[in-house]
Design a protein. Sequence first.
Length: 526
Amino acid sequence: MKKIFLFAAAAALLTACSSEELSNSEVAQQNNAETPVAFSIYTPRSVTRAGQPETITTASLKTGDHKAGFGVFGYFTDNGTYSETSTPNFMYNQQVKWNDGESAWMYEPVKYWPNEYGNSAVSDDVDRVTFFAYAPWTPVSPATGIPTAGVTEDERNITAMTKNTATGDPIIKYVVDPDGITSVDLLWGVYAGQTQYHTAWGTAEATVQPAMPFIDLLKPNAPETTPYTDWTGNPLTAPTTDNKVRFNLCHALAKLLVTIDYFDDSNGGGTYGTTGALEASKETKIWIREIKIGGFMMKGALNLNSTATREVDPDGTANNGDEYLIGVPNWKAYDGVSDLEYEETTFKDGRKDGREGAIDGENSSEKFLGLNPTLIQSTEYKLNTPDDGKFEDTWFNDNKGVTVLTQPLFGAWDKTNKKWIANTTAKPIFVIPMDKPIDISIVYDVETYNPKLAGKLSDNLTPGKSVENKIFKTSAEIFKTTNPVNMEAGKYYELRLHLGMTSVKVDAAVTDWTDTNGLANLPANQ
């Protein structure tokens, strides 16, 4: 078992190597030298649009909100190849952080490429190592894969990952956070080039395909001499001076913003932002009961071993040389094994009993998929009796309901008080895209207090008339296109819902969250 001894000997050198050795040394040129594994992250140009808050960028990974960096899983398969029985025995959730003083992405303890094949090696085995990456790095307990910050599975964002003894592909479990302030971007790593990348050791060779993970890499025998390019056709930074595992971190999520306001359709027309009949009559309210939106899911598991790519054609002209490949996120069901079965995502307030918004409402939907509490009838109407007796008793509700002021659809979960609170600012959230049409169905009530009626409003107490409205809009209607618009990773969608007494109008916009190819703004290591 000499090969095991040789690998262990290389690992033993960790105690004698400083962080400066990793950041300053070039990849070794000679066979059987102890070569540290080095990483870089790359995108060919600055592509993140301005004005898109909370997305992961180079600055946020280095020194900003996501300065914890990115995480790497490494699989050493000895003379074999990566398979479903492989374990992350080389690196497990390894944190890689930017060191400003060294101007390099660094980690510790330093790991070295296996050394068994070459002119003076004892073994003829061809060692292979496989790497997967994600961001933002999240600390977890290796034995359980549960975040050490105390996040539980019924909470938000990154909730778990595969443990260090798990076999097969690394999995990141994710639950969408409907609070735009705390919603977290999620990225996974693929090869940054648009041409095949080769690593060779002796006569053996490993090839990485464009926009695919780094599987079965061999130790670099010398710096790469075959030029490899990004999607623009330009060579990647310094391809002949280093052999870093250069990740392109791609967005696995889509960004979504949904807002709601009232428009006056009382005269058959409709003007956004005007008071009209709703504001003129303080005794009329519009309450949201349920909204279904197609195109995305709220819960899933990202398999870091993506197996598919998608061709992007910037100008729509086939085969004219500007096409390029991007990675497609490999989303699975929350168990990390089954396929993610698609269904439209439902936001609702639960039962019409005056307790809407309670966490024990219908199917406990409010706990996970609640609406902004200001949009729903979450408090009872109150009786107001004037002291002077000159006017009739009136009923009123402190909640706003839908108003001419634009309000976000999503609410925020107050962990301390265990209830939904209203978002004060309309911010987008990150959702799991399913490449399905973005359709919308809305159920809402127009309620008017009237003490002369025997009927009751939705609280079963206040006298008046409640009229339920159900509206459905197809993707083609929303985006005014002949073909449905599907939700894709790396894009930003904004849906503006305008509710009237009897009708609904929808404005929509979809913009490239990142200019063209859905990649984070993560330039090459300086």
